[in-house]
Design a protein around this ligand. Structure first.
Ligand code: CP
Length: 326
């Protein structure tokens, strides 16, 4: 167990070593148990987290805010559009100033080529931890909740288990690629054989793919890329199928939508789930385009763990905050 994470930022999934992630998971389960028993766990009494959002959120906001209150502190919700950022507050100023007011700065900024850089510049100027609530490259707190959920359902020894990270069709908007990128970076460290499935236009960042392959080699797990959803689903233990935009191909919303619309058949339905193992779990970070991205039958069915997954956001984030913001 690595016990000293005080002051550390969590921006990219590999910022914490495997051992440090294991520490976070241990603490998350302890905090989950304490909440279930009604045991007080006010490890961050009088501490305040700034939550700076450049993009909308349901789960991330709710889970960070509730988590901070349960830890005895407070979370301040700040929307970029109601700040002076558009009138000139720089990243350095935000880091310097918010770093003096708050005990942690959590940021969601998913704009392509801007978000991750923004987080890193704030972190450079901040004296307190910067926590990534999703940028265009990573969604590390989602991924921590995901590994926690997988271990709860499949056990802590995941070696030999097949996890499918698949693109799925959605009609709403071009969703960020950060969730699949975080998954392919983190999951090999925990022994999962990852199969990444997507149509050709939905590639992930080459640098992230290289790092994922390196992790798979280091931890001696499988890492395969296919362009056939049904082929990928065969004999899988974990199905994680969600939409993302063709952002390495185009940033034009209309062109992107036209590309997405070619692949309406990439829906997770009962027929495809039947290709996976009988006890395969279905995961999705939400929000999902119901009956477009995944059928309600699957999402509300016995193999779906999406609500446990959403709950674990709060426990995992409480662990990160308790360890980094002490
Ligand atoms: N999964 C997730 O990050 O949800 P929100 O976008 O609602 O925060």
């Amino acid at each position: 167990m690595q016990s000293d994470l005080r002051g550390r930022d969590l921006i990219g999934d590999l910022d914490f070593s495997k051992e440090e992630v294991e520490t976070i998971l241990d603490v998350a389960w302890d905090l989950k148990r304490k909440r279930a028993l009604g045991e007080p766990h006010a490890y961050l009494r009088d501490k305040v987290l700034a939550m700076l959002f450049f993009f909308s959120s349901t789960r991330t906001r709710g889970s960070f805010e509730a988590g901070m209150a349960q830890l005895g502190g407070h979370a301040a919700f700040v929307e970029s559009r109601t700040t002076q950022i558009s009138h000139g507050d720089t990243e350095r100023e935000m880091g310097e100033i918010f770093g003096r007011y708050f005990d942690g700065i959590a940021i969601r900024h998913v704009d392509w080529g801007i978000g991750n850089r923004y987080l890193n510049l704030v972190a450079e100027a901040s004296r307190v931890p910067v926590l990534n609530m999703q940028c265009e490259i990573y969604h590390p707190h989602q991924c921590l909740a995901d590994i926690m959920t997988i271990m709860e359902k499949k056990g802590r020894d995941l070696r030999g288990r097949k996890m499918v990270v698949s693109w799925a069709y959605a009609s709403s908007y071009l969703k960020p690629i950060s969730v699949p990128q975080s998954l392919i970076l983190q999951m090999p460290r925990f022994g999962l054989d990852v199969v990444l499935a997507h149509p050709p236009e939905f590639k992930l960042m080459p640098d992230i793919m290289d790092q994922a392959q390196e992790q798979a080699r280091k931890f001696k797990t499988g890492f395969e890329v296919v362009d056939d959803m049904e082929e990928a689903f065969k004999d899988a233990d974990i199905i994680y199928a969600k939409s993302w935009g063709p952002l390495l191909t185009t940033h034009d919303p209309e062109e992107g939508k036209a590309i997405q619309d070619k692949y309406e058949s990439w829906i997770t339905d009962a027929r495809k789930m039947a290709l996976a193992k009988d006890d395969a779990i279905y995961m999705h970070p939400l929000p999902a385009d119901r009956d477009i991205e995944v059928t309600s039958e699957v999402m509300d069915g016995p193999n779906s763990v999406v609500f446990d997954e959403a709950e674990n956001r709060m426990h995992a984030q409480k662990a990160v905050m308790a360890l980094t913001m002490r």
